[in-house]
Design a protein around this ligand. Structure first.
Ligand SMILES: Nc1nc2c(ncn2[C@@H]2O[C@H](COP(=O)(O)OP(=O)(O)OP(=O)(O)O)[C@@H](O)[C@H]2O)c(=O)[nH]1
Ligand SMILES: [Mg+2]
Ligand SMILES: [Zn+2]
Length: 342
């Protein structure tokens, strides 16, 4: 039975015209969005309310944010996804879905600890790869003198970064961020203790997510949030809170990495040789951009690093391409070694 705990409209759950033709293909059933995934059951919201639906062994992998066609308490199908954010398990190489049908990936960093540019770049790549737009959210602005330095460090690394500095205690920047999220589904990712759940509460204007304290000294969080959950906020914004993760594995390919580094791709267009490795080749525009400061060394190195990781990921995903990938890897390593030389 559907419990009438909320009066959901499909629009408030993120429904839009784009889904209509997909739903129209089904003779019966109605649309419902997955709010939570408990392993053996999903919490699904339809216009009638929300209900827990047990998953059969044959049910395909469902992610929070998925749109389902449900008939009573049966899952008929999953509507084709507009985007899928997934992470790669660093130990097994398997990919795990984080959230489906997200428009924005909010990369949350607490200003009470050093901002990790590497982590931001990894999540940025994951977001583009998912088919979503990354935004960087610097929380706890109330705890620091100013946010400009951190913002500049991030922009130095990624000139196109969209950055929101906020405080969930003084509410500085919250209205601005809410404006950005109208009509969109935003998933919050980042380290434990970064302030994701507190931010959810600040954006919602009520207590939806549990928040926990951080340890004195190293500011590490306590993994307060244990499950991903989608919340419907005002402005038809849907927000998915996630448990903190420390390491994110790259699950993407070289072309996607490059699409997040359009400036480097532009420079590469100017290289004398089509297959320039951007090392010591004559007429390399990337190297000259490094020399005259149009491109920062940090950004170039993170691009090289992510490309190597993507090459590994491609290799794991397709052992048949071993030979080709090995040769490519060898070349990437040689390039990286060369680029490290002053
Ligand atoms: N001063 C201040 N403290 C904040 C702010 N945002 C979060 N905090 C505090 O930081 C601690 C961690 O916040 P949470 O929201 O629980 O962090 P989280 O990212 O959800 O952590 P996990 O659920 O473990 O992944 C809590 O003590 C919050 O009160 C902020 O803007 N300003
Ligand atoms: Mg939390
Ligand atoms: Zn070059």
């Amino acid at each position: 039975m559907f419990q009438e705990i909320h009066n959901f409209s499909l629009t408030s759950l993120g429904w839009s015209d784009r889904w209509e033709p997909h739903l129209a293909e089904y003779e019966f059933g109605e649309a419902g969005r997955v709010l939570r995934h408990d392993g053996t059951a999903v919490l699904v919201a339809t216009e009638k309310g929300s209900a827990h639906i047990a998953l059969a062994r044959s049910t395909p992998q469902i992610a929070v944010g998925d749109w389902l066609v449900v008939d009573g308490e049966a899952i008929v199908d999953i509507l084709p996804r507009a985007s899928l954010l997934q992470r790669r398990d660093p130990s097994t190489g398997d990919s795990q879905p984080i959230a489906a049908n997200v428009d924005l990936v909010g990369i949350v960093c607490g200003l009470d600890r050093p901002v990790s540019l590497g982590r931001i770049q990894r999540f940025t790549s994951l977001a583009w790869d998912a088919g979503a737009t990354p935004i960087v959210i610097l929380t706890k602005a109330d705890l620091v003198e100013g946010t400009v330095e951190s913002e500049e460090a991030i922009r130095h690394y990624d000139p196109a970064a969209e950055i929101f500095s906020v405080s969930s205690t003084t509410m500085v920047g919250i209205a601005n961020l809410l404006d950005r999220c109208v009509g969109q589904t935003l998933v919050l990712v980042g380290e434990s203790g970064a302030g994701k759940s507190r931010l959810l509460n600040a954006l919602a204007g009520r207590e939806l997510g549990d928040t926990g304290s951080v340890r004195q000294g190293d500011h590490k969080g306590r993994h307060t949030t244990t499950a991903r959950q989608l919340h419907s906020l005002t402005g038809n914004c849907c927000l998915i809170d996630t448990p903190g993760v420390r390491e994110v594995g790259i699950h993407t390919d070289i072309a996607t990495i490059d699409s997040g580094f359009a400036d480097i791709a532009d420079f590469a267009q100017g290289c004398r040789f089509n297959d320039c490795g951007h090392g010591s080749e004559p007429g390399c525009e990337v190297q000259s951009a490094l020399v005259d400061g149009r491109l920062s060394l940090e950004r170039f190195e993170s691009w090289s690093q992510l490309r190597r990781e993507a090459a590994w990921a491609e290799l794991r995903a397709d052992p048949a391409a071993n030979h080709r990938a090995n040769r490519q890897l060898g070349r990437l390593y040689r390039e990286a070694k060369r680029s490290k030389r002053p």
